[in-house]
Write a protein that binds this ligand. Structure first.
Ligand code: NAD
Length: 525
């Protein structure tokens, strides 16, 4: 299995643990080439049936043990995340480790019940003699391709339920956060998951692309551009994929909102993780009558943020993960300014090639890059709108539809607005949080993805559902079997009338024909 090594290429998108605050590369990892990925999938495929044959409670026990292993190493895990991703250690502890622990506990608890075959009677008249079991079976080998922004709970959002459902998992973590993927693997193996049942293959796009050639289903989390490539690769092999892609999430501030609360929430939702969150508040639309006071509150909330290395206790906003991410957000900022946007606030940053100053922009034109592309950094356009109708129209004008937030003193009004937003989730008087709650399904619409993670819908993504139909009467011929005749045709006709006619009298008159059809054994073959 590929693991940490010192022989891999340096720079570019080769896998390495690099501190964004200092630029120090503190560990390098061996790249898994196409052959290594195939070998990992072959091992996983060989090991999976025995794992799937274990009672679901035993697999749940391993995930419960994983919770304890990770809890014991939580400080180490949070520090690795801070030193690979740049975010504050406390944020890594609360969001990355905290969400992972909650997800693991939730899925360990609910999956054994979820997997029990569900027996049901069909309401269809032609199935009156039958009962049906819905049996949930693992796919086999799940390929989990994950990004760097929440490098622990994002891959585990699909990997843990996949394991619990009896799949083997091969994870291709981001080449920028390989170290935390190794810690997760160690915790799972120590908890009793067999080494071939949970594997990690390191590398950049080529390694991910190879995984798409050998896994039985792909769970992909990352950018829209890469998601389209993954979808195409899966389509070529006709294997399913679930895609959690980018977002350009709107936050709508209505005139009746608690403006201080909205400003504090939106400040966190945009600037935490240095703005590198899929469900971050990326475009704010404020009703005109409260625009100025809201902007003042937002400036107050952001002005006090400390920008610095994630390992410093007082840091609120760390560096971005890599210089190329800063270059991208700088280009989006420059485009907005060139088209007439104004800077409402821009904080100072320490020296370093990954820092982008947390920035609030106003008067950002609708066609500019921050309004039409996903901004993945600490840059926030705040736009004045005439009323809620304009806010909804502006919110829906992007091609993406991951999540959204509505800030209002009237919850019923907020819910009504939520119904009209094109998004996979909408949070009222908070933002981002729905994406980190174990039993709330998460996943976008439009170009933000396909499928869900979390909740029963997330579990459903980890299994194939097989319908097993059993007939009560083993030797009784079915009415639709051969032995066709004029009388048989008339009886079928009677059945259609009895089943579907709007006239009660016609249905009653058709009953004798139905009985003749149902008593098929008396029919000549
Ligand atoms: P990315 O698309 O660059 O990379 C994601 C993963 O795909 C990485 O592991 C990468 O190595 C791999 N990859 C690259 N090319 C590949 C290929 N051709 N085939 C297979 N795998 C390939 O994304 P990123 O920069 O790591 O992450 C940021 C993006 O992820 C943002 O757009 C963000 O919004 C999105 N995201 C979405 C969610 C969600 O839940 N919807 C969550 C987190 C991040």
């Amino acid at each position: 299995m590929p693991s940490a090594a010192a022989s891999s290429p340096v720079g570019g998108r080769s896998p390495e643990s690099r501190d964004p605050a200092t630029g120090e590369v503190w560990k390098r990892y061996e790249v898994a080439d196409a052959d290594a990925v195939k070998a990992a999938c072959d091992r996983a495929r060989a090991a999976q049936p025995a794992w799937a044959a274990l009672p679901a409670r035993v697999r749940a026990g391993a995930v419960e043990a994983f919770v304890q292993k990770l809890l014991a190493r939580r400080e180490e895990a949070a520090n690795i995340i801070a030193r690979e991703n740049g975010k504050p250690v406390g944020e890594a502890l609360g969001v990355d480790v905290g969400v992972t622990l909650a997800l693991a506990e939730h899925f360990a608890k609910v999956t054994p019940r979820f997997l029990k075959p569900h027996w049901q009677r069909s309401a269809a008249l032609m199935a009156w003699r039958k009962r049906v079991a819905l049996v949930k079976e693992p796919y086999g080998v799940m390929g989990v391709i994950s990004p760097w922004n929440y490098p622990m709970f994002l891959p585990l959002s699909s990997a843990l339920p996949a394991l619990l459902c009896g799949n083997a998992v091969v994870n291709k973590p981001s080449e920028w956060t390989p170290g935390i993927a190794e810690l997760v693997r160690e915790c799972l193996l120590e908890a009793g998951v067999p080494a071939d049942v949970y594997q990690v293959v390191h590398g950049a796009g080529a390694t991910g692309a190879a995984l798409c050639e050998h896994a039985d289903k792909i769970f992909f989390t990352g950018s829209e551009a890469t998601g389209r490539k993954v979808a195409a690769a899966c389509a070529r092999r006709l294997i399913p994929c679930a895609l959690e892609l980018g977002g350009s999430d709107p936050a709508i501030v209505l005139a009746d909102a608690d403006l201080k609360h909205a400003a504090a929430g939106i400040a966190w939702a945009r600037f935490s993780n240095a703005g590198q969150t899929c469900v971050a508040a990326k475009r704010v639309f404020v009703e005109a009558s409260v625009f100025e006071p809201f902007l003042a509150e937002l400036n107050d909330a952001v002005r006090v943020l400390n920008v610095g290395p994630g390992t410093a206790d007082r840091t609120d906003v760390g560096p971005m993960i890599r210089p190329e991410q800063r270059t991208l957000i700088t280009a989006q900022f420059d485009d907005a300014i060139a088209r007439g946007a104004n800077v409402a606030l821009r904080l100072a940053t320490p020296e370093g090639d990954c820092y982008f100053p947390p920035t609030i922009l106003t008067d950002v034109p609708a066609g500019s890059r921050p309004m039409t592309e996903e901004t993945f950094g600490p840059l926030l356009p705040v736009t004045k709108v005439a009323d809620v109708e304009e806010a909804i129209a502006r919110a829906n004008e992007t091609t993406q539809g991951l999540s959204a937030s509505v800030w209002t003193g009237d919850v019923a009004r907020g819910v009504a607005v939520a119904h009209r937003l094109q998004a996979g989730s909408v949070v009222i008087n908070d933002a981002c949080s729905s994406a980190g709650i174990a039993d709330v399904p998460h996943g976008g619409v439009k170009s933000s993805g396909l499928g869900k993670v979390h909740g029963d819908l997330g579990l459903q993504e980890c299994v194939r559902t097989k319908a097993v139909m059993v007939d009560w009467f083993q030797s009784w011929r079915q009415p639709w079997w051969f032995g066709y005749s004029r009388a048989h045709r008339d009886n079928i006709d009677a059945f259609l009338v009895a089943a579907h006619s709007g006239s009660l009298w016609a249905r009653v008159r058709a009953l004798p024909g139905v009985l003749r059809l149902v008593l098929a054994p008396s029919r000549k073959a």
